[in-house]
Design a protein around this ligand. Structure first.
Ligand code: NAD
Ligand code: DAU
Length: 341
């Protein structure tokens, strides 16, 4: 079995590559990653000499690159993680790269999968495509798509292209829509690693708005196991929500992190809100739990402790990813951000 994993040097992709290579000795992975700021080969240094892991430094939004990868390797299954993934970048830097990778790139992969007779196409999507919830209720797979930021809009567009490829060309496809991930190797632009990194340096922890926006947090390894289950046993043409029923306000997460790091709450700084900031996400993931017998394995508290521990143990990794362009990015996004209210 040979998988094409796109975006396999990023946060979730590299955790998935690790999960597959350690769980299935017979599997081979072609890892197609163009290595943007978010792609990092250090995430997979343990597999540098593993012949079952082949890196193709290529762009999914380039027809030439996609063709070259599919011509060079006989691919059984595509698992598409590659994306521009950060909401704030799509709002403050621009949506162009998001449209290229998250929309064009997906169509090029679908076309190649059809031409080259791939058995299954797994699209890694997100709960953000559903938009925002009011005070009650959860997203189900039937919730209408209503994205509220450019990143989410491109991911919703991709989901529709995958659906269309299934309906019109009979591509065997499955779509996963997961909630907020955390865990090892997450780039410190996202809430949890950013707060850990700042707290370690006693820098202010920038909480958007009133800090009461709610996300459903899932440990990345649980997400990877869910993707594995959907890839192997999910019904063709179906969408599977993935969540861990841990929906809490951002402020609560930030305070828990400070307590784990033995740092004071006074580091918290309420800053200007994200434009169009979705208020609440919560996932009904009963479909994957009932149909595929998947369930998260670690409690949130244990997973958060393991994550903090990982960042403490991997200070070199953190230092490397925070050098260079990261400094300019941080200054641009947070430097001029006024206080909340
Ligand atoms: P990430 O930003 O950490 O990694 C993205 C990876 O894709 C990087 O390695 C990058 O180099 C690569 N990439 C970007 N553009 C590419 C291109 N044009 N061609 C080839 N490679 C390219 O992202 P992540 O957080 O690991 O998310 C992975 C996927 O999971 C995304 O599709 C995202 O929408 C989805 N998702 C993320 C979360 C989350 O909480 N992080 C939750 C649900 C779904
Ligand atoms: O829900 C799934 C999505 O989760 C994925 O599709 C995205 O790829 C991933 O980036 C993530 O999106 P969010 O916008 O929810 O994640 P982020 O970590 O950027 O923010 C989480 C919450 O924390 C959100 O309400 C905004 C808030 N926040 C974030 C940052 C970076 C802050 O208050 N301060 C911050 O500095």
């Amino acid at each position: 079995m040979r998988l094409l994993v796109t975006g396999g040097a990023g946060f979730i992709g590299s955790n998935f590559v690790r999960h597959m290579l350690t769980s299935y000795p017979e599997i081979e992975i072609v890892n197609m990653d163009v290595l943007t700021y978010a792609g990092n080969l250090e995430n997979l240094s343990a597999f540098e000499d593993d012949e079952r892991h082949i890196l193709e430094r290529r762009n999914i939004a380039s027809e030439e690159d996609v063709e070259s990868v599919f011509r060079s390797h006989e691919i059984d299954i595509v698992v598409n993680f590659a994306a521009e993934s950060h909401v704030d970048r799509s709002l403050h830097i621009g949506a162009e790269a998001f449209i290229r990778t998250n929309v064009m790139g997906v169509q090029l992969l679908l076309d190649a999968a059809r031409v080259h007779g791939v058995q299954r196409f797994v699209q890694i999507s997100t709960d953000e495509v559903y938009g925002s919830l009011g005070p009650e209720g959860q997203f189900t797979e039937q919730t209408p798509l209503a994205p509220n930021n450019p990143y989410a809009a491109t991911k919703a567009g991709a989901d529709l292209l995958v659906r269309a490829a299934h309906k019109s060309h009979g591509i065997d496809s499955v779509i996963t829509r997961c909630s907020n991930n955390f865990g090892p190797y997450q780039f410190p632009e996202k809430l949890i690693p950013l707060m850990i990194a700042n707290a370690l340096e006693d820098k202010p922890l920038p909480v958007y708005g009133d800090g009461m926006n709610v996300r459903d947090w899932i440990y990345v390894q649980d997400h990877c196991q869910a993707i594995d289950a959907v890839m192997r046993k999910g019904r063709t043409g179906e969408v599977y929500n993935i969540g861990s029923d841990h929906d809490v306000p951002n402020l609560e997460i930030v305070k828990q992190l400070l307590a784990l790091l033995d740092k004071p709450d006074s580091l918290i700084q309420f800053v200007e809100d994200r434009p169009g900031h979705d208020r609440r996400y919560a996932m009904d993931s009963s479909k994957i739990r009932d149909e595929l017998a998947w369930t998260p394995t670690l409690s949130f508290e244990d997973a958060l402790k393991a994550t903090v521990h990982w960042y403490l143990e991997n200070d070199e990794w953190l230092e490397h990813v925070r050098s260079g362009a990261y400094q300019g990015y941080y200054e641009m996004l947070y430097g001029e951000r006024g206080p909340a209210g």
